[in-house]
Design a protein around this ligand. Sequence first.
Ligand SMILES: [Zn+2]
Ligand SMILES: [Zn+2]
Length: 199
Amino acid sequence: MESRYSADWQKVVEFHGHVCPGLASGYRLAKAALAALGYSDPGEGDLVTIAESDRCTIDAFQIVLGCTIGKGKLYLKTTGKQAFIVGCRKSGQAVRVVALPYKYSPESDALNKKVMSGGATEDEYRHYKSEQENRIQEIMTLPDVALLKVEVRAEVLPERELIYSSPCCEYCGEQVMEPWARIRAGKVACIQCAIDIRR
Ligand SMILES: [Zn+2]
Ligand SMILES: [Zn+2]
């Protein structure tokens, strides 16, 4: 079914390693944030994501918006909500996208739990898979208003990450970035060596 979707969805799935409703939801949320900020190509804006969830949904933001953790464009502020603030450093604008409440039926819920605990029969697993596919299909095709809300936010965006010099710890010889360096007996020490008196 994925082949019907665009190339960036394919990339999201490859990156995440499986297709799941959470990932599909993240994809729609990231796309909605991008559109609300007025972009079709994330490369046009210098985007940064503040994620309120660290589950499946977050991976879509890393691929669709290029907000990866290594580039200093992804910040975690976990609240346990499927909500993400996306800001544009170029324009200073920010939006918060939130998945609308969705509840599986009690039967689906029970089946999900059974599969997760590894106690499902083959038939039950097949049923679970087809229910998941239906839900993913739904998420990928429903209009935005049925899936999510977008709020405009006055948000102070995190500063760009600075480049630091990295002196060597004088105890273990490993390099450490300056903001993490300590002093022990007048010498530069990494955090481990500063508190580990055996060294
Ligand atoms: Zn997943
Ligand atoms: Zn050290």
